[in-house]
Design a protein around this ligand. Structure first.
Ligand SMILES: [Zn+2]
Length: 161
């Protein structure tokens, strides 16, 4: 009798300890590494697949009635289907975001290329990122240098830029 009670208590404790590990929120990955929407959806889908597998096993071993099995299976399949749709939508929005970011980067690069010759210091060659009156590197007056440059060029027969 005592042995039976001891066995029941130990089973109860094992179940109590294992329960948080087996609950759907934490099953599979106790530490959520991928916190993106797509990662979360994938994790949830894997949990549903696990549940489906368990359900199949329990039905095969005769633990679940056919009606319950059919209902639960339909629920899981529906959940898996909606998660797949959500995953596809998330991937599409990610793709369009990536496209927009690429276009913005391309335009920025283009603008940089256009700006480059305008603010390069003629004295030290530093490429000032903004239109400035004085060079950010050597402090030389940009306008004066440009005029000098133009004068030099015209006296040398080179047309001004
Ligand atoms: Zn300079």
């Amino acid at each position: 009798m005592l042995l039976i009670i001891a066995v029941f208590i130990s089973i109860g404790m094992a179940a109590y300890i294992a329960f948080p590990l087996l609950s759907p929120e934490t099953a599979g990955s106790p530490l959520p590494v991928d916190v993106t929407v797509a990662g979360d959806l994938k994790r949830r889908r894997l949990v549903v697949y696990d549940n489906l597998q368990d359900l199949e096993f329990e039905f095969q071993s005769g633990k679940i009635a056919r009606d319950d099995y059919a209902t639960l299976r339909a629920n899981y399949l529906g959940e898996a289907a909606s998660l797949m749709v959500a995953t596809q939508e998330a991937e599409q929005s990610q793709e369009s975001n990536a496209l927009i970011e690429r276009e913005v980067a391309a335009r920025r690069a283009q603008r940089k290329v256009q700006q480059k010759p305008d603010y390069t210091c003629a004295a030290c060659g530093y490429e000032n990122p903004l239109p400035v009156k004085f060079c950010g590197e050597c402090g030389a007056g940009m306008a004066a240098l440009r005029k000098k440059e133009v004068k030099k060029r015209s006296s040398a027969g080179i047309p001004p830029v």
